[in-house]
Design a protein around this ligand. Structure first.
Ligand code: S3P
Length: 429
């Protein structure tokens, strides 16, 4: 299906909320299911990806009810999951597959995990290797892709010392969740910062672990106790509107209740460094996660260098940053972002080829992009590559371009932000 976006219809004005954080939503279901007692989650993201996680735990006997916008999870404790009677389909969701694998290697039953054609071709050796080091019995197609077969290993898992070879919160979290079932301490050396929602949530549910700079030490023999959780708005979803309001003349918007965990706010740092007018107001903390309202006004941007130290804190926002950089004055260089090749699409290739069609001066590099800003983008026929973040970033680019752009395959936004177009059209009308 093709969506028509009419660009340059005027400034963006108003107050919006974006849906709950995707990473925290997945973790609330997983950790709530493994806790003892009830967990009630408010503000969960109701998207395809999160539905996959909910269905996986329902298949394993966890009672999950959605009532008046809240999700009630009857936790079964660390040892209470039951063997599902069919394979578990993770759809397009890498977080479901990788984090769930960490939990499943600790069970005494056999499971098979599959994904859609995109997920089945994303690297899984990154979790297979450390989980096997812990003693897990996990096999993948060609030893590196899904479907994954996870069998009871017959022995208790053991804690490991592991240095992450790539900056990945999904890999880190798979190891941390497997450690719940291990004897002996696990210590993970992250190298580069990635989102720490798993660590924060385990702590909030009463499990001891401590992190000290890049190292995380997981305690042994802890347990999890059900809690109430409020999920803040997803900064990755807010990012599209932060960039749109910055680029479109006279815009002035307020995005309420957004998570501003420092492992996720690279986008704000980068946009401010480019000259954006962004203010955080009403800062507070809820269930171990900082949140704020984000006020964004139109501003002219200049090109900057974004290097590898900050990449882990803005990895999902790079396609949108590429849109901002295409319209900034001067050159922007993005380095150390090779991980983008292993997302729902090869995002370096996807965003570069589509923005080029709109007249952007963008060069693909092996680990990022170089973008020389131009005054305006022109409308074009654009392809989403069936990747939600590409579809949304291109929609923002199209909103800035005078005339009609077409986006092929825009429906994939349903995996993380089903109401994206409603909010975009509401703000620009
Ligand atoms: C996520 C981690 C990131 C991110 C993904 C969600 C998570 O992936 O791109 O959208 O919830 O842990 P990687 O850990 O593979 O970088």
């Amino acid at each position: 299906m093709v969506l028509i976006i009419k660009g340059k219809r005027g400034s963006l004005k108003g107050e919006i909320e974006v849906p709950g954080d995707k990473s925290i939503s997945h973790r609330s279901i997983m950790i709530g299911a493994l806790a003892e007692g009830m967990t009630t989650v408010s503000g969960i993201l109701t998207s395809e990806d999160v539905k996959r996680t909910i269905e996986a735990f329902e298949q394993m006997g966890v009672n999950i009810k959605i009532e008046r916008g809240k999700v009630n999870i009857e936790g079964v404790g660390l040892k209470g999951l039951r063997k599902p009677n069919s394979i578990i389909d993770c759809g397009n969701s890498g977080t479901t597959m990788r984090l769930l694998s960490g939990i499943l290697v600790g069970q005494n039953f056999h499971t098979t995990l599959v994904g859609d054609s995109s997920l089945n071709n994303r690297p899984m050796d990154r979790i297979i290797k450390p989980l096997r080091k812990m003693g897990a019995n996990i096999q993948g197609r060609e030893d590196r892709f899904a479907p994954l077969e996870i069998k009871a290993s017959g022995k208790k898992l053991k804690g490991i010392k592991y240095r992450l070879p790539m900056a990945s919160a999904q890999v880190k979290s798979a190891i941390l969740l497997a450690s719940l079932y291990a004897e002996g301490q696990t210590c993970i050396d992250e190298g580069r910062t990635t989102r720490d929602h798993t660590e924060r949530m385990l702590n909030y549910f009463g499990y001891s672990l401590c992190s000290n700079r890049e190292k995380i030490y997981m305690d042994i023999n802890g347990h999890l106790v059900g809690r109430d959780i409020y999920i803040p708005g997803d900064i990755s979803s807010a990012a599209y509107f932060m960039v749109a309001a910055t680029l479109i003349k006279d815009s002035n918007i307020l995005i309420k209740n957004v998570g501003i965990n420092p492992t996720r706010t690279g986008i704000i740092k980068v946009l401010k460094k480019m000259g954006a007018n962004i203010k955080l107001i009403n800062k507070r903390k809820i269930n171990n996660e900082p949140i704020a309202d984000i006020h964004v006004r139109y501003s002219r941007l200049k090109g900057i260098t974004i290097d590898e130290d900050i990449i882990g804190t803005l990895i999902d926002e790079i396609p949108t940053i590429a849109v901002a950089a295409s319209l900034a004055e001067g050159e922007t260089t993005i380095k150390g972002a090779e991980e983008l090749k292993y997302k729902e699409s090869n995002r370096i290739r996807a965003i570069s080829s589509e923005l080029k069609k709109m007249g952007a001066n963008i060069r693909e590099q092996f680990d990022g992009m170089t973008i020389a800003g131009t005054k305006a983008l022109k409308p074009a026929y654009l392809n989403s590559y069936n990747d939600h973040r590409i579809a949304m970033a291109l929609s923002i680019a199209a909103t800035t371009a005078e005339g009609e752009s077409k986006i092929n395959g825009h429906n994939c936004v349903k995996v993380s932000f089903p109401k994206f177009y409603d909010i975009l059209f509401q703000l620009s009308s």
